[in-house]
Design a protein around this ligand. Structure first.
Ligand code: OGA
Ligand code: NI
Length: 355
């Protein structure tokens, strides 16, 4: 086994530079939270700020073309920015298999996982990362993730890790159908008549699956699994396991609403891009996640992003009625780079596009 890890630079070296991740740290039996993971007090989730009386809506999506269902989806997207859907068409077995596959990948020995680090990965479509943006962060997040870019089934079959490949492909094929339906429903309220090829590239030109792994943490209350942020996506569709740990910012000042795991459900949230396109009709709400003391937590988002060359801004059909645009036009690539150039920073990323 490797030499003991005692200093902060040893931790960074082991976790980031040598690519063992925080999962590797837990695998070698770390007993306390290293200093580099301890959040300043104001970034820790204060239990007295939890809002357990409120919850985000749970919507039955089986009759998705029904105007009443569409209404609840669009209302939830503008009021909460977050909702859960059930009867969404992705079979329960596909969801369960995918969560197990994610666990299987992160339970591999470090040496096996490391084959997918940026410097070793056989393809740009696969990358194992730790924290969020370790070069830019003062305090690291208690999370590793494997990001999988969905280009085509053949590309995925060739390069995605055997431990999770088949399950991830199966999920993406099913989820793609659901994503189109969700976007169709959401865009109708914005007076978009049809999602043609150009719109499709703008809305879902890049589908990125992320297997998030939050290994059990000796003192989760001192750390962030994912710090406060909003997603930069158009929408995000997230599968979480039964551990819990996801919180969404509440309407009342500085409160946080738990998003309880619901068997078979998917969490959907609006990202900055759709907030921008809708000129603030839909809200991209801040959220955060914390690790668990006794369980390794898995969550699996699909970030539905514009294509890299897409130019995003308020949609012409939204402004048709004379509404004043709140955002300028920027390329998604620039927005993406801006987001990753800093640590998680609440809702601030969207300022990049604000007029
Ligand atoms: C994210 C995220 C929440 C979770 O990956 O952007 O917000 O529950 N994850 O893991
Ligand atoms: Ni998020």
């Amino acid at each position: 086994m490797s030499a003991p890890i005692s200093s902060s630079s040893d931790v960074i070296d082991f976790v980031v530079h040598r690519g063992n991740g925080v999962t590797g740290l837990v695998q070698i039996g770390v007993e306390g939270v290293p200093d580099r993971y301890i959040q300043p007090r104001e970034e820790r989730l204060d239990p007295s700020k939890l809002e357990t009386q409120e919850s985000i809506p749970i919507i039955d999506f089986s009759n998705w073309a029904d105007p009443k269902v569409a209404e609840s989806i669009c209302d939830a997207a503008s009021k909460w920015g977050f909702f859960q859907i059930v009867n969404h068409g992705v079979p329960l077995e596909v969801l369960e298999d995918l969560k197990n596959a994610a666990r299987r990948f992160f339970e591999l020995p470090s040496e096996e996982r490391k084959k997918y680090l940026k410097e070793n990965s056989p393809s740009e479509t696969v990358r194992l990362c730790t924290s969020f943006s370790p070069q830019a962060e003062e305090v690291l997040e208690w999370k590793d993730y494997l990001t999988l870019l969905w280009v085509s089934e053949s590309e995925a079959s060739a390069f995605w890790p055997p431990a999770c490949r088949d399950q991830a492909i199966e999920y993406m094929k099913k989820a793609e159908v659901l994503i189109r339906r969700l976007l169709e429903v959401l865009l109708k309220r914005l007076h978009t008549k049809e999602i043609d090829r150009t719109k499709e590239y703008m809305l879902m030109g890049e589908l990125r699956l992320s297997l998030n792994y939050y290994p059990r943490c000796p003192s989760p209350e001192l750390t962030a699994g994912v710090g406060r942020h909003s997603d930069i996506s158009t929408i995000t569709v997230l599968l979480q396991d039964e551990t819990g740990g996801l919180y969404v910012r509440g309407a009342k000042e500085d409160t946080w609403i738990p998003v309880p795991p619901v068997k078979g459900a998917l969490v959907v949230n609006i990202g900055d891009v759709l907030q921008i396109m809708s000129n603030d009709l839909y809200k991209s709400i801040e959220h955060r996640a914390i690790a668990n003391r006794s369980r390794n937590r898995v969550s699996i988002p699909i970030f539905v992003n514009p294509g890299p060359d897409a130019i995003i801004g308020p949609l012409p059909e939204v402004l048709e009625s004379g509404e004043k645009p709140m955002y300028k036009h920027v390329t998604f690539e620039d927005y993406f780079k801006h987001f990753f150039s800093k640590g998680h920073d609440g809702k601030n990323a969207i300022e990049f596009a604000r007029i």
